[in-house]
Write a new protein. Structure first.
Length: 364
């Protein structure tokens, strides 16, 4: 198991408040990767009218919510599971599949390795290479798949590199994994932010591959981490039955179930989000390309990975400089294969983005 270094996470605002004496309400978190538009207006206006939902138990099967997610993802609702955030579903899936050896595309989110370890399994990493701009070389990668592996984990788009595996490439991976009886878990937390969403979305592949499960949540795109609502899509009926038999009932509260039904149908909010992120992602990437002191990596999600090229200026220095302006970025040396030169920040409002760029420019 790789050793992970501790740094501030996007949800660690209380720690920041304690250490730096800055009120958490005043901090703009470029580290949390949450939609800057806030929650869906449709959900906000309607949820108050539905407050009485908490006086009764939610539907044990969450049928209405699953149908709404099905309409949103274009997947049969019978193939959809809902859970208390995607974290619960990751945990349940790993408990059931119980992989002895897993391969993870890295650098990436450490929770996958943690869950595999808790189940008694071991994790290997296939490192995405900086010289290839952290884009997966699928032909080389296929040579690392073999019968000793039980599970492949792919975060797509990947955190923190913001690179993505197209659906056409994912098919090649799934075909190869099928040969070796390897299950594939794809975390699509950030897929809705991608510029060509349809080309990256792997949910359509669940109709053809029974060794595939897709995980998503509402924390980032729908700016609702506190709802703890996640969902999984798979065409594997045996897996669905096993998870349903192990899953605790009513892990999603009534308000979260109602909120889910509302947010997935707010098409205006969805389009506004995609438009804002696309505009800011393009503008910021192009500006950073003009700086000689950094190397930005082309982003597919709502955040960008950047490497400091300036001697003596580390991600720690940039974090310290920004936080004193009440702007919080992410030091990426916490991730496998990245050192103290890499940092990540998400795209907020144009005004806040300019404020952050000006702050970083002072050191870079």
């Amino acid at each position: 198991m790789l050793k992970h270094v501790d740094h501030f996470h996007g949800s660690d605002l209380e720690k920041i408040e304690e250490i730096y004496g800055i009120k958490k309400e005043n901090i703009t978190s470029f580290s949390a990767n949450v939609n800057p538009l806030g929650i869906s207006p449709k959900m906000r206006s309607t949820l108050l009218e539905r407050i009485d939902a908490i006086t009764s138990y939610p539907d044990r099967e969450y049928t209405s919510l699953r149908k709404q997610i099905g309409a949103y993802t274009k997947a049969p609702y019978e193939n959809i599971l809902v859970g208390n955030g995607s974290t619960e579903l990751i945990s349940l899936f790993i408990q059931i599949e119980h992989p002895k050896k897993a391969l993870i595309l890295g650098p990436t989110y450490s929770e996958y390795e943690r869950e595999i370890s808790l189940g008694g399994g071991t994790s290997l990493y296939y490192p995405l290479k900086e010289e290839e701009d952290f884009i997966l070389n699928v032909e080389d990668f296929k040579h690392h798949l073999n019968e000793s592996l039980d599970l492949l984990v792919v975060c797509n788009p990947n955190n923190p590199t913001s690179t993505a595996v197209p659906q056409s490439v994912m098919r090649k991976i799934l075909d190869e994994c099928k040969r070796y009886d390897i299950y594939v878990m794809v975390d699509e937390t950030y897929v809705e932010f991608a510029p060509d969403f349809q080309a990256i979305d792997s949910i359509p592949l669940t109709r053809y591959y029974n060794n595939l499960v897709i995980l998503r949540g509402v924390s980032k795109f729908f700016a609702s981490p506190g709802l703890r609502l996640g969902y999984a899509v798979t065409g594997n009926q045996d897996l669905l039955e096993k998870i349903n038999s192990r899953k605790n009932p009513w892990t999603i509260n009534s308000l979260a179930a109602v909120a889910g039904e509302l947010m997935f149908s707010d098409t205006e909010y969805i389009e506004r989000t995609r438009s804002l992120i696309h505009q800011e992602r393009t503008r910021i990437y192009e500006e950073l390309l003009s700086w000689k002191t950094v190397k930005p990596f082309r982003p597919s999600a709502n955040f960008i990975l950047v490497k400091s090229l300036k001697d003596g200026v580390t991600a720690d220095d940039l974090f310290e400089h920004a936080i004193r302006r009440e702007l919080m970025i992410r030091n990426c040396s916490t991730f496998p294969f990245l050192d103290n030169r890499y940092f990540r920040f998400c795209f907020m409002s144009p005004e806040k983005n300019q404020e952050l760029l000006a702050c970083l420019r002072e050191l870079l």
